[in-house]
Write a protein that binds this ligand. Sequence first.
Ligand code: PEP
Length: 241
Amino acid sequence: MKKLIVANWKLNPESAKAAESLARLEDRSGVVICPPTIYLAPLKKVLKRAKLGAQDAFWIEEGPYTGAVSPSQLVDLGVKYVIIGHSERRYLLQESDEVINQKVETALKAGLQVILCIGEDLESHEKGSDQTRLFIVDQLGRALKNVKSKYFKNIVIAYEPVWAISTSNSGLEDAPDESKKIISLIKTFLKKRYLMHNPRVMYGGSVNAENFDEYLADDLIDGVLVGSASLNPREFNKIQT
Ligand code: PEP
């Protein structure tokens, strides 16, 4: 299966016009563009090769949930992917494992491809690899609780160590070898515990034009989730499989 390059624009850019220009410049096959929800509809008209992804979706399909957007509404718009469990939502918006689990189930039932983000925090990272492994396996188990095996083919895991996200200037080094060990552990866990045949796991955490090949050149890694660097099309377009 072709490796995925996912652009997570987060809360950017500042206008629909700017979003349309950015999308035109990043429109290539193998790419998934995840703009803010409000730009999904205009970008659907612009994108010819890239697929459209949402940054989140609600865990209930309809009802009195002010401000929510349901997975089926996204599907209706032509959205193919949804990011669920991003650490910025887990930590800034206190999204719990239970909520993430319900979002995963609802999105899969609606027919979306789920990009499920998991990753250890700095505290676990600093306690060493055993703690990191425990953290990851626990988080994964909670997110996938009761998810039916018929949906597994529509899940891609994004391993994103929280301490490595948007850290280009923080002094924290990216650690591709360490990340590859964790990705290998995730794949083994998914094969053993869920009997997944070919689990897909991407990497995310300050991937840019300089370091992407350390990840994408490895057969183990099925793609990259790119935040900050996806806002600069010249840089983003250098990230190639
Ligand atoms: C992300 O938003 O998932 C991400 C990995 O961001 P950045 O590339 O900026 O670290």
